[in-house]
Design a protein around this ligand. Structure first.
Ligand SMILES: [Zn+2]
Length: 290
């Protein structure tokens, strides 16, 4: 599942080629149309496919940014502003091409769900193999309240204090630290991969209760999370399963992960263990992490 660095990779690649262009036509896959007709919220959220198409036509892309694991695509038509919020789910991917044939990886080409035909003839394509991604068109962020409940960006000055406050709340203090740092209300954009790495670097057992970690260690842990996220952004993200930034390009952070997906600990060579925390597989070294 793409985490913050992967979404940042998409935004950095997509923004320069998408901003300033205008949508001429929108084509939605039969799979999504049929699924939506049955009342399911497949990919397009909060409106029918017809409404979505009607709303998107003639929109100009004025900005494209990241907020946590969401891509915010600012749009404008006749002076009115809109926001298309894109979440990549498990396997969402964006492509900017002149024809569909340019999408060489078949698994992406076979699962194209939305094509935005631009006025300049180019295509902005959204592919999603597992269809857990979301495209939600709203007027402003406040129209979708869950977006306002996200923790600050981890790189913002107030983010560490925000995390420390939350970790002390009764609701969080008794939970496993890994569960707490992966909660988007507490820290923005730290998913399974980077939580696993940060806890390994800090030699903290993922199942340790938040209240059993000192304030000083929690601060250090926060700084290590930011460090790991930044390292991954610099490496173009981790290419794990179906993540690509845009146009099928891949990052290299997966080569630098020391614990995620490892069978042996690189420090002591002991076999790693795994446990389920908040429904996610958590890998750790039973010797190094306490
Ligand atoms: Zn070890």
């Amino acid at each position: 599942m793409p985490e913050l660095p992967e979404v940042e990779g998409v935004v950095r690649a997509l923004a320069p080629v998408a901003i300033g262009r205008t949508i001429l036509k929108v084509i939605i896959s039969d799979v999504v149309i049929e699924s939506k007709a049955q009342g399911k919220e497949a990919v397009i959220k909060g409106m029918t496919t017809d409404q979505f198409i009607k709303n998107m036509v003639d929109m100009k892309i004025t900005d494209l940014t990241r907020r946590s694991k969401y891509i915010y695509i600012a749009l404008q038509r006749e002076g009115i502003e809109y926001l298309l919020v894109s979440h990549l789910g498990m396997s969402g991917a964006w492509f900017t091409v002149n024809s569909i044939d340019e999408i060489v990886e078949l698994k992406f080409r076979r699962h194209i769900h939305v094509i935005f035909e631009m006025t300049d003839g180019g295509l902005l394509v959204y592919s999603d193999i597992r269809r857990f991604g979301e495209l939600r068109l709203i007027n402003r962020e406040a129209d979708h309240p869950p977006l306002l409940k996200m923790a600050p960006e981890p790189f913002d000055d107030q983010a560490c204090g925000y995390f420390l406050d939350f970790a002390l709340k009764p609701k969080y203090a008794k939970r496993a630290i890994k569960d707490v740092i992966m909660d988007g209300h507490v820290i923005s954009g730290c998913g399974n991969i980077y939580a696993t790495e940060a806890l390994y670097r800090m030699k903290i057992h993922p199942g340790r209760k938040a209240e059993r970690i000192s304030l000083k260690r929690k601060k250090e842990l926060f700084n290590v999370i930011v460090e790991v996220l930044q390292e991954s952004i610099d490496a173009g993200g981790s290419t794990i399963s179906d993540y690509r930034n845009i146009n099928g390009e891949a990052g290299t952070m997966q080569n630098r992960l020391e614990m995620y997906g490892r069978k042996n600990c690189p420090a002591c060579n002991n076999e790693t263990k795994s446990m389920k925390i908040a429904g996610r597989t958590s890998v750790y070294c039973p010797r190094c992490q306490r």
